[in-house]
Structure formats: structure tokens, C-alpha cells
Design a protein around this ligand. Structure first.
Ligand SMILES: [Fe+2]
Length: 302
């Protein structure tokens, strides 16, 4: 049995990849993607441009959808350094979603005890040199890779690399998903190179980051909740509220299921009070995708 790389329980003990057939079904071809980009609702686009300093610390610029045709937007991504997320694939591209859920069920069946109760997905189109910073997702993830090559770094989910105080802030939407990052973490990274036709999953909450390997990349990132992850997210939310009131809550990894469930129930009531307002501001957009502009990022046109 493998060593568990997370302090949280769950059926997935380490990162592992699985086969999928989404590429064979034609979902990653240029003509198909261009058509989807043309019809995808503008409010479901997140366009990010990440820069890193020598210590690996990240800064972010965000883009607006702009007016490029699907075909031109695809070209801007291929030439630039952009990370484009199309949220809510379950409604935005139902054909891909149905096929991906079939694949998800096959993968889930390989983990005894894994039962997702809610799935959601985002289609990621990203430039050959794009990189995603160190972060965690408050959910399980299956990353269906469909085009290009990417290298995924997955880190142990312990208190040093995944402090619960930061998890609380993310779950309570007091910050975006970046965790404190230190180059020393690299010594413990599990590194996986993903090829099209492979889907990667990792332990719930495990911190990770992604580097594209010099090719335009297409992936479907599917996140899922289980009852245990719902309980823990609720407990983290309740702990965030307690901490904001001067409390010093215990870490959730020291709690059994009854206590996690009670804190989840408390979180539902606390969310209704609206005591802890989301601090994630509506971003001012910094650029619009443009073919030929540096990094694919052109000026916003009024
Ligand atoms: Fe992620």
C-alpha cells in the first residue's frame, strides 16, 4: 500500500492517472473548439495571465472575453501566454459533459468508497508556455487531458504545505485559491506528465500546480464533492467564522465525522446570516485577447 500523501481521509491516497476517450470522440479538434468558443456565454469566461518572480511568487492579470471570433481567439491562445477557463461545462457544452460523466463513472469505480454527489466542470484552453500557480481546490478533481502536454506537480496535503487557516479563507471566499508557496516545497512534489487521453486525479485538497510543456493545451477539469468533502468544507467555513470572531478553532483533521457534520450544519445557518461577506472583488479586467500582442494580451477596446 502506498504512503498517504494527505492528512485528510478519502479513497484517493496519491495522484494517479487513468485512460479516457474524450479525444477519440473528437472534442479537442480546432473546428469543434472554435464553434464552442463562438457560442459560449461571455460571462462564463475567465481569462488569466500569470507572471512569476524568481522566488516563484505569482502575480495575476485578468482578461475580458473581447470580440474575437472563436477561431481568432483560439489563435490568440496558441500564440500567447493565456489561461482561458470556460466555466459550467455542464450547461455550456452538454455533449462534452455527458461524455465526461461517463468517463468519470469509470474512474470512480476504481476507487472503492468514492461516491461523488455533485460534479461540475471547466474547459481549459491554455497557451504553450502558460503555468498555473500553487493552489488547492476545495473539492476532488479529475483533470481530463485532451491536447498538448502538461506537467502536474502534486504536493503532500499536510499543515506545512496546506495550512488550515488558508483553507478556511478560501472556503469562506475571503481570498482566491492561492496558498503560501515556498520553493522548498518542490522537494516533496509528485510529478506527472499528462498526455492526451489520460485523466489525472489526486487526494482531496492536495495542493498542486501546472506547467504546460511547450504546446497549446486543452483539458476538462472536473471537480466533485462527496459527503465527506461537504462536511469538511462546511467545518472549514464554520471555523473561518469562529476565527473572524476571535476564536481559535481546532483543525478539522482532528475532528471525527459527527463533529464535522455538526460544523457543516452550523455552516448552513451561518451562510444564511451572511455574517462573512465574500471579499473576492469583481476584478477590473486588464486586457483583451489579441493575436500578435505580447503574451496574446491586447488593450481593452471600449
Ligand atoms: Fe486546481
Amino acid at each position: 500500500m502506498n504512503e498517504r500523501r494527505t492528512r485528510y481521509p478519502g479513497p484517493i491516497s496519491e495522484a494517479a492517472d487513468h485512460p479516457h476517450t474524450l479525444v477519440d470522440q473528437g472534442f479537442a479538434e480546432d473546428a469543434v473548439l472554435a464553434t464552442v468558443l463562438d457560442r459560449y456565454p461571455a460571462e462564463l469566461f475567465d481569462i488569466n495571465l500569470y507572471d512569476y518572480d524568481e522566488a516563484g511568487q505569482v502575480s495575476l492579470r485578468t482578461g475580458a472575453r473581447g470580440r474575437l471570433s472563436g477561431e481568432a481567439l483560439l489563435e490568440a491562445i496558441k500564440q500567447g501566454r493565456l489561461w482561458v477557463n470556460l466555466r459550467s461545462v455542464e450547461t455550456g457544452w452538454p455533449e462534452l459533459w455527458a461524455a465526461a460523466m461517463d468517463e468519470f463513472r469509470k474512474i470512480q469505480a476504481t476507487y472503492p468508497g468514492l461516491r461523488a454527489v455533485r460534479n461540475a466542470g471547466q474547459l481549459i484552453l491554455s497557451s504553450p508556455k502558460a503555468r498555473v500557480p500553487y493552489h488547492f481546490d476545495a473539492a476532488g478533481v479529475v483533470l481530463f487531458h485532451m491536447r498538448g502536454r502538461k506537467r502536474i506537480y502534486v504536493y503532500p496535503g499536510d499543515e506545512r504545505r496546506l495550512p488550515e487557516r488558508n483553507m478556511e479563507q478560501v472556503v469562506a471566499r475571503q481570498t482566491t485559491e492561492e496558498l503560501p508557496y515556498d520553493l522548498a516545497f518542490e522537494r516533496e512534489a509528485q510529478i506527472i506528465d499528462l498526455e492526451p487521453g489520460r485523466a489525472l486525479t489526486w487526494p482531496l485538497y492536495a495542493p498542486h500546480r501546472v506547467e504546460n510543456l511547450d504546446r497549446f493545451c486543452v483539458s476538462l477539469s472536473m471537480d466533485f464533492q462527496t459527503w465527506p468533502s461537504r462536511f469538511r468544507n462546511g467545518a472549514l467555513f464554520t471555523n473561518a467564522v469562529l476565527r473572524s470572531c476571535g476564536g481559535r478553532p481546532r483543525c478539522t483533521d482532528a475532528m471525527g465525522t459527527p463533529e464535522l457534520a455538526a460544523r457543516w450544519a452550523a455552516s448552513l445557518a451561518l451562510k444564511r446570516t451572511g455574517l462573512l461577506k465574500s471579499r473576492i472583488a469583481q476584478f477590473e479586467r486588464d486586457f483583451e485577447p489579441q493575436i500578435g500582442a505580447a503574451d496574446g494580451a491586447g488593450e481593452i477596446r471600449p
